[in-house]
Ligand binder design. Structure first.
Ligand SMILES: *[C@@H]1O[C@H](CO)[C@@H](O)[C@H](O)[C@H]1NC(C)=O
Ligand SMILES: *[C@@H]1O[C@H](CO)[C@@H](O)[C@H](O)[C@H]1NC(C)=O
Length: 389
């Protein structure tokens, strides 16, 4: 999940810069290109409408405005950044797999740049759907045309675009891995503009169930785009880019979820009582924004083991999470999952302490695995519960 900051150059366009060529008087730029002072994303349009400059630039090694491409990736291609990326989706091989590894064939993706094939090939050791972009970029190749040249593309996207491979939109824990990764990627790119496209890289024919879709608004003003929307087209000029408290604050701030201060302090000041609220975070009945509003205004958050506890990310700093299930008693795989998440987020974690105060109904019934302690009902000692709280 962690992304490396060191970027290695995979595809670059070698231009002789003005300082490199300083002593060589035979190279003088044919035009004062710096006077163009254009944002990168405007260059394709500018060159398209100014054929004379485009022609001059193409022939001039000192011109940087060619619409050349670049591709830089971190180790194992966990995070990549590209400019003027070319994608040919005219004959997509869509199937049932979300992350088909041979979705793009040779020639269907690339850029106008000098490719360091060795550097590219050496980054493939972590090739897998959610850990690397190697499968998608292994066919990246050198093009002999400029991707931004409109003859070669059906669609030219000039808005900065993030490609994401999503984990599971129906599970809060898994989906928030996506959002945290997006947030870290924005730190790597040092840009938090919401005027960006977010494209779901998905090679299947299926749609995507997303129970937490409101969260996207913290990152983009635009609708999330499924890759299949571009099927049958050739696309160019995409800029592809690939911490828990900061993440929490960022999302809450951008979604406008207010924090009204610690309640227990006021309660303790007046009468020694708690304000207790039982809430059912059922996605169809309670919108996600309302859910995190309640979470963000809870001091003690008590809930069953499960992805819903990912809500702890949005608790206030002084809060405590009480997990009503002790996975380690029963040797479940994700035994310290929410304890770890609480530590990363910086909120206090607690769970049952005495095994003889918690009573499983039976040995549990997993739909396929047989007996399983996660699949049964539990009752517990109320006095012990009150003591812990
Ligand atoms: C990444 O950073 C560059 C340079 O600041 C910026 O132009 C681009 O819009 C950013 N991309 C995204 C997707 O935010
Ligand atoms: C738990 O209790 C509920 C309500 O009594 C029941 O419907 C459910 O089947 C029980 N679950 C298991 C796994 O025993």
């Amino acid at each position: 999940m962690l992304l490396m900051v060191a970027l290695c150059l995979i595809c670059t366009y070698k231009t002789i810069s003005a300082t490199d060529g300083g002593q060589d008087t035979s190279h003088k730029p044919q035009l004062d290109y710096s006077s163009l002072a254009l944002p990168r994303q405007h260059i394709p349009y500018f060159l398209n409408n100014n054929k004379r400059v485009a022609k001059l630039c193409k022939e001039d090694p000192l011109c940087h405005f060619k619409g050349d491409s670049s591709l830089k990736c971190s180790s194992h291609m966990q995070f990549c950044r590209a400019t003027n990326l070319y994608l040919d989706l005219r004959s997509p091989r869509r199937g049932h797999e979300r992350y088909k590894e041979d979705f793009l064939e040779m020639g269907e993706t690339g850029g106008h740049c000098r490719l360091n094939s060795k550097a590219l090939a050496s980054e493939g050791t972590h090739k897998s759907p959610l850990q690397s972009w190697f499968a998608e970029l292994q066919t990246y190749s050198e093009l002999d045309f400029l991707p931004v040249d409109d003859k070669h593309c059906d669609v030219i996207i000039d808005r900065p675009t993030v490609f994401m491979k999503l984990d599971a939109g129906v599970n809060m824990y898994h989906h928030f891995c996506d959002f945290v990764n997006l947030y870290i990627s924005q730190h790597l790119n040092n840009s938090f503009s919401r005027d960006i496209n977010i494209v779901m890289w998905d090679t299947s024919v299926y749609g995507y169930g997303d129970l937490f879709s409101e969260t996207w608004q913290a990152f983009s003003d635009h609708d999330i785009i499924h890759l299949k929307n571009f099927d049958s087209k050739r696309i160019s000029d995409c800029h592809s880019e690939g911490m828990f408290r900061a993440f929490s604050q960022h999302v809450l701030y951008r979604l406008g979820v207010p924090q009204e201060g610690p309640k227990f302090i006021n309660a303790l000041k007046t009468v020694p009582s708690f304000e207790v609220r039982v809430v059912d975070y059922k996605y169809k009945e309670m919108p996600f924004l309302e859910q995190i509003h309640i979470t963000h205004n809870s001091d003690v958050f008590i809930g069953m083991h499960g992805a819903g506890l990912t809500h702890l990310i949005f608790l206030p700093d002084w809060a405590v999470i009480f997990e009503l299930y002790v996975a380690w008693w029963y040797n479940c795989q994700d035994e310290s999952c929410y304890r770890d998440l609480a530590r990363l987020r910086g909120v206090h974690y607690m769970t049952w302490q005495k095994r003889n105060k918690v009573f499983p109904q039976d040995k549990g019934h997993h739909p396929t695995l047989g007996e399983h302690p996660k699949f049964t009902n539990y009752s517990f000692d109320i006095e012990e519960f009150m003591r812990l709280v």
